[in-house]
Design a protein around this ligand. Sequence first.
Ligand code: ADP
Ligand code: MG
Length: 353
Amino acid sequence: MADIVFRNVTKRYGKTLAVDDASFTVNDNEFFCFFGPPLSGKSTILRLVLGLETPDTGEILIGGKPVNTVSPAERNVAMVFQNLALFPHMSALDNVRFPLVERRVAELEIKRRVADVAAKLHIGHILHKPPAQLSGGERQRVAIARALVRDPNAYLMDDPISALDARLREETRVELKRIQRELGKTLIYVTHDQEEAMSVADRIAILEDGRIRQIGAPAEIYDRPASTYVARLLGSPMMNILRSVRGEGGVEAAEGTIRIADKAAPVDVVEIGLRPEDIKVRPWADGGSGRPARVFEVEPLGGYTVVTLAAGQARLKALLRGQPDIRPDAMVAISCESARVHYFGQSGGALAR
Ligand code: ADP
Ligand code: MG
């Protein structure tokens, strides 16, 4: 069992609160992702798990055992660093063998473990090559193999694929997810890329200035963000967030931008959030329900189109399927089903509906 538990863990560097009263449980075999902007405390959390840093207050447990005073080596947690540099003078094979040779593992056992990890990562056919003769993706997989071969309690990855180009990143993250599932090991993964977090994680913890703001499955956080901060972090284009007032029979947003008919809307609503995919856009000529909006910009992206709309006092982004016949300056009618609306209160916290 390698579940990892933080209980009210705080870590300061001088005046900086790098990790602020963090409590969470990463379950055994879970793909757990920390997501947040730069300097939000992601790497510090990993260093605390590894034992490279000690908490100022609070407790860390691995597999049920308190580890605050346990050395990094004894924790047996493997870090795949941001920089996946291989030893250039060694073949891929010797790179993968290295952590085991260093730990004086018996030769037969080394062979068995290397063969096992090579099969899982599909690198058997390139092991004889030096790193210079490998593609970026192959080097990545050899470096991951080198981390996996130790058979640790858990793996930690700190933004491991951010240096790759977009296409390779998409391939690698699918690969990582598959590998994690096959290995059946706990993986704590750090990223500053929202799409990556959504695609790989069983659960995500969202960080802001060292504080955990929300923990949940990707779909859960996307559908029920706990605050405007979280709501803005996940989703592209970003959720539209509009200042709103509760009126007769519903909510009026940004002085006439859009009206939400919802008798159950909370009275203390300050802002509403509308996901771009939830905004309905119809030609104005159709009449009927909806508020008038002027098309400001159209971005056709193939499978879908992002339309920026000027309505009332606000700009909104709507995400439409395919390539609708909409041009800049056209008048349209916009609306949103009340069930799809997110309500936020004074401090940006989500309001129950
Ligand atoms: P992230 O990985 O999310 O970018 P970090 O965990 O590296 O964030 O940093 C969190 C905060 O702690 C930042 O304000 C950063 O400047 C500070 N910090 C991190 N490491 C150190 C250190 N060794 N000395 C001083 N401040 C640090
Ligand atoms: Mg970092």
